[in-house]
Write a protein that binds this ligand. Structure first.
Ligand SMILES: [Zn+2]
Length: 201
């Protein structure tokens, strides 16, 4: 490893930063050296932000997105349209759609996608919770906004089967999201178009 020869504390930080997605050893070393040049207080602040994250942020018991409050501010917002539910994979997707500012309904976060090869079946996702949520409320439309990856499409197909017996409209975002694209990396305009031009199953 290139980090051998670094002082142990620095090598440890490089190793830790390498655990982040998209960060290789070269970037990790550059970041670690950058942090080393910071005043101590600034480095401590970063460490505290990371350390307090899990304590401060929980999961909304209604939509399963990350939130400091339960229910989250979106679920709590009485001005939002409670008849439409947008089903997404991850909390990052909620953030992306909210940023695009094109949706005024509520969300349901699955906490992943079906991936049988990795041992992720329907029970590992918030699917039973989705069905329960739909049954008890006056929800008229479910927009399935999983990614256009193979797993995202398989998850959408599974959800359609599960939800079909319930009396509601099921739509799927389609146009604009390129095949294989992860929803949260789509730009605001693309997301807006994808939501507006959704198709009914
Ligand atoms: Zn919520």
């Amino acid at each position: 490893m290139a980090s051998t020869g670094l002082p142990p504390a620095l090598a440890r930080l490089v190793r830790d930063l390498c655990m982040l997605p998209g960060i290789g050893e070269k970037s990790a070393t550059r970041l670690a050296l950058h942090i080393l040049r910071w005043p101590r207080a600034k480095a401590t602040e970063l460490a505290e932000s990371i350390a307090s994250l899990h304590e401060a942020i929980g999961i909304c018991s209604e939509c399963y997105t990350f939130s400091e409050q339960d229910p989250c501010p979106i679920c709590n917002d009485q001005k939002r349209d409670r008849s439409v539910l947008c089903v997404v994979e991850e909390p990052g997707d909620v953030i992306a759609i909210e940023k695009a500012g094109c949706f005024r309904g509520l969300y349901h976060v699955l906490q992943g996608v079906l991936a049988p090869a990795d041992g992720i079946g329907p029970d590992e996702l918030k699917i039973a919770e989705l069905v329960r949520r739909v049954q008890g409320r006056k929800i008229q439309e479910i927009i399935i906004a999983t990614s256009s990856t193979a797993q995202g499409e398989a998850t959408a197909a599974y959800l359609t089967e599960i939800l079909r017996p319930l009396d509601l409209q099921i739509t799927r975002i389609a146009c604009g999201i390129p095949m294989g694209m992860d929803l949260k990396y789509a730009d605001a305009q693309t997301l807006k178009r994808a939501l507006e031009s959704r198709t009914t199953y």
